[in-house]
Design a protein around this ligand. Structure first.
Ligand code: FES
Length: 134
């Protein structure tokens, strides 16, 4: 048995998942793990690209080798339930079409299912200029 019961990897080092909110998911997971008193048992780490770009944010849980795709902030409580020892969350399983398996091998990554949202760090739309004072 390793140092941790579960080890979670969140793709924040690739070029796509961070644009889909993976860093926010990572931060929320870390906060919720501490709140749940699981920080001694569950390790949350950043990872590089998992070659599933466009299907993220990608989150993988070991040792059971559960791959989650399109994880949103609202999904974090369910992930915590899994990490607490509950069943994996089937509705979040990464099942890209056309691969025949849960995970596409490198070089056969699927085309992203939807246009990417703009980077979260993009500047807000500038406000319209103030009306001239009389
Ligand atoms: S950027 Fe996350 S899987 Fe490639």
């Amino acid at each position: 048995m390793g140092q941790y019961e579960k080890h979670v990897f969140v793709c924040t080092g690739g070029k796509v998942c961070p644009r889909q909110g993976s860093e926010q998911v990572l931060g929320e997971l870390r906060v919720r793990i501490k709140e749940a008193g699981l920080a001694e048992r569950v390790r949350i780490n950043q990872s590089g690209c998992m070659s599933q770009c466009g299907w993220g944010p990608m989150v993988v849980v070991y040792p059971e080798d559960t791959w989650y795709g399109a994880v949103r902030l609202a999904d974090v409580p369910d992930l915590i339930s899994h990490l607490r020892g509950g069943a994996p969350i089937e509705r979040l399983f990464h099942r890209p079409p056309g691969c025949g398996k849960q995970i596409c091998p490198p070089g056969k990554e699927p085309i992203p299912p939807a246009p990417l949202s703009p980077p979260l760090s993009s500047p807000a739309t500038p406000a319209s200029p103030a009306a001239p004072r009389p």
